[in-house]
Design a protein around this ligand. Structure first.
Ligand code: AMP
Ligand code: GLY
Length: 427
């Protein structure tokens, strides 16, 4: 089969790595991809949001399936345009992707389908939103409605600060994405991410992970797209997963189908494990990055049939996917200055050596200079992933590989997996 994979980050490198191992794969074309993916497929320099360019490429190569990595392509309507040409697509339609692209839509959807989540209000003017603060208790959770590159959520300690955030968001800090704000009840608990695949009517669980959003050790510093992950997430007891599937995942897939916007692709549920069971923090319409990297390393089953079945509506014919019992962790190496102003162009040595069967280094923001040397070309640059019998062993292997990478222009957190490790020690 001929696959077209869309995207250029570590998430897509991991998907490419797994798809390349499938006996179904005759050809893998990646747009635009990155240097790490070059040995796995043909790279074509078309951006993930260039919908017409991607549709033309899918037709040219006669793709049997288009696999969409980033949400920006979904929001741009890639799945909808491919559907007009009957090209199967793993990825949600623009309307179904509202589960990620509009927080107001998702909160109202949760109301309609009794999906447990934080209490909320949606506001279009600063006066209304400021007034509404009195019905919430601090800390205040203030969110821009639309996609804001992971920066659209602020937790404010007091009403004064919350008021400033409301003014900034409704005043245009995020452009159209901030035309409405959502204020939410603050939920206490431990956060983790659960993944499910769906073909529009059925769903199947696809693993869980926990990540580290802050830039520096000890969960300090600014929020990032994610500095590291591990899977499985020990917070996910079988009871919690069962409850999340029954109360959140299944009602969402059924609700989207009933509303005429069936959800196809991967549903990424950010959950809070609370005293009252799992509650939804947010949905994403794509794999997490770097959650995907650890899931792909743990996935024992062939990925391709699952992605195809989601696109074709016949997930029911496949057995549940199998995962290795190992723990996998991913440590993100970022360019110094990330997330605010990452420095580009520094040279990376030693990242492309063979680290053995338990370690994979996925590329995110990398490039090659004229001499063919690997350089940094983004914020998050390398994803060093390792498997082990437990978190301790997986960590030792990942950090062992990192020590062999010579990159003075980069930094990473040295405590990925600390929460899981603490649990192991107190268990
Ligand atoms: P989101 O982009 O909606 O996932 O929000 C970003 C982060 O803000 C989440 O990962 C949580 O850590 C935190 N957060 C969002 N909503 C809430 C809430 N209602 N209660 C507590 N924390 C929240
Ligand atoms: N790592 C978080 C995300 O992909 O949204």
């Amino acid at each position: 089969m001929i696959f077209l994979l869309v995207g250029s980050g570590g998430r897509e490198h991991a998907l490419a790595w797994k798809l390349a191992q499938s006996p179904l794969t005759e050809r893998l074309v990646i747009a635009p991809g990155n240097p790490g993916m070059a040995p796995l497929g043909d790279l074509r320099d078309i951006k993930a949001t260039d919908v017409e360019g991607l549709v033309a490429l899918a037709r040219e190569i006669q793709a049997d399936l288009v696999v969409v990595g980033p949400e920006a392509a979904l929001e741009a309507g890639l799945a909808d345009r491919l559907a007009q040409y009957d090209i199967p697509c793993f990825g949600a339609s623009k309307r179904a992707a509202r589960l990620e692209t509009s927080k107001a839509f998702t909160k109202q959807f949760c109301d309609r389908h009794e999906i447990p989540t934080a209490g909320y209000g949606v506001y279009e003017t600063a006066a209304e939103a400021r007034q509404a603060l009195s019905v919430f208790k601090p800390p205040y959770v203030i969110k821009a409605d639309g996609l804001a590159a992971g920066k659209g959520v602020v937790i404010s300690p007091d009403a004064r600060d919350a008021g400033h955030e409301i003014d900034a968001m409704l005043g245009g800090r995020f452009g159209q994405a901030g035309a409405r704000v959502v204020i939410e009840e603050f939920m206490e608990g431990e956060e983790a991410s659960l993944f499910a695949l769906s073909d529009g009517t059925r769903s199947v669980l696809f693993g869980g992970a926990q990540d580290h959003k802050r830039a520096f050790d000890g969960d300090h510093g600014p929020n990032t797209g994610g500095m590291g992950t591990y899977s499985p997430a020990p917070v996910f007891t079988p009871e919690l997963v069962e409850a999340a599937e029954a109360r959140i995942i299944r009602p969402t897939i059924a609700g989207m189908a009933a509303e005429g916007t069936p959800y196809r692709g991967v549903l990424y549920a950010g959950l809070m494990a609370t005293d009252q069971g799992p509650r939804l923090v947010e949905f994403n319409a794509r794999f997490g990055d770097p959650e995907c990297q650890v899931l792909m390393m743990r996935l024992k089953s062939d990925l391709a049939p699952y992605l195809l079945a989601c696109a074709q509506g016949d997930l029911g014919r496949l057995p549940p996917p199998e995962f290795h019992a190992d723990t996998v962790i991913c440590v993100v190496m970022a360019a110094k200055g990330y997330p605010d102003s990452p420095l580009s162009g520094s040279i990376i040595r030693g990242a492309e050596q063979d680290f053995g069967p338990d370690v994979q280094v996925f590329h995110a923001g990398t490039a090659r200079d004229k001499g063919g040397r690997l350089t940094a070309a983004g914020g998050r640059v390398l994803n060093v992933c390792a498997r082990g019998a437990d978190v301790t062993q997986a960590r030792e292997r990942a950090y062992g590989a990192i020590r062999k990478i010579d990159w003075p222009g980069g930094f990473y957190r040295s405590d990925i997996g600390w929460r899981a490790l603490e649990r192991d020690e107190t268990a």
